[in-house]
Design a protein around this ligand. Structure first.
Ligand SMILES: CC(C)(COP(=O)(O)OP(=O)(O)OC[C@H]1O[C@@H](n2cnc3c(N)ncnc32)[C@H](O)[C@@H]1OP(=O)(O)O)[C@@H](O)C(=O)NCCC(=O)NCCS
Length: 155
């Protein structure tokens, strides 16, 4: 992780900045209501520096599977290595919890995120046709998985 940048659990008081970051970064952002529910159901983490909210990630753990449900870096903070650092962090955490693999879904058009995931050891294993809404219709979701076995050095 970049010096001075830390990760902590998301709290209800973070939801204003969470929603603001989501709305800038995504065409179809998660809503405040979704995040309120996520705080109870999933592991939600905030990336911050000097009290400034830089991004966040939402993880679900099902037995020995980790599921990355969402990851976002504030638009003006993108390209600094923060997304990569946050992904490393949650993959390491998942490994320490004993998870064997991490799954995620990504929009077929999201080449930046797809490249990031590939470089962290994720492989595409499935495609859900017309899964995500777009402004003009629907697009596919690509399902990716990363092995978290200790001997696997990519992630
Ligand atoms: C995807 C995202 C989390 C990456 O975070 P980031 O902090 O910008 O990424 P980093 O600076 O760590 O860069 C990671 C890699 O992605 C590349 N990258 C970053 N932004 C990129 C862009 N717009 N286009 C192409 N590549 C890009 C970087 O060059 C870097 O490559 P490298 O690993 O070979 O050096 C961030 O762009 C984001 O929040 N996007 C909007 C939300 C989103 O799409 N989330 C994913 C949902 S599945």
């Amino acid at each position: 992780m970049i010096e001075g940048v830390s990760v902590r659990p998301m709290r209800t008081e973070d939801l204003d900045s969470v929603v603001a970051i989501e709305q800038q970064a995504f065409s179809h952002p998660w809503s405040r209501r979704l995040y309120q529910d996520a705080l109870d159901s999933y592991q939600c983490l905030v990336l911050e520096q000097d009290g400034q909210h830089l991004g966040h990630v939402v993880m679900q753990y099902i037995v020995d599977e980790a599921h990355l449900l969402n990851i976002v870096i504030a638009v003006e903070q993108q390209g600094r290595g923060l997304g990569s650092g946050l992904l490393d962090y949650v993959l390491q955490q998942s490994r320490q919890r004993g998870c064997a693999s991490c799954f995620l879904e990504v929009r077929a058009s999201n080449t930046a995120a797809y490249g990031l995931y590939e470089r962290h050891g994720f492989n595409e294993i499935d495609r859900r046709r017309n899964y995500y809404p777009t402004t003009s219709g629907h697009e596919d979701a690509l399902v990716m998985v990363c092995s978290l076995a200790e001997s696997w050095d990519f992630c």
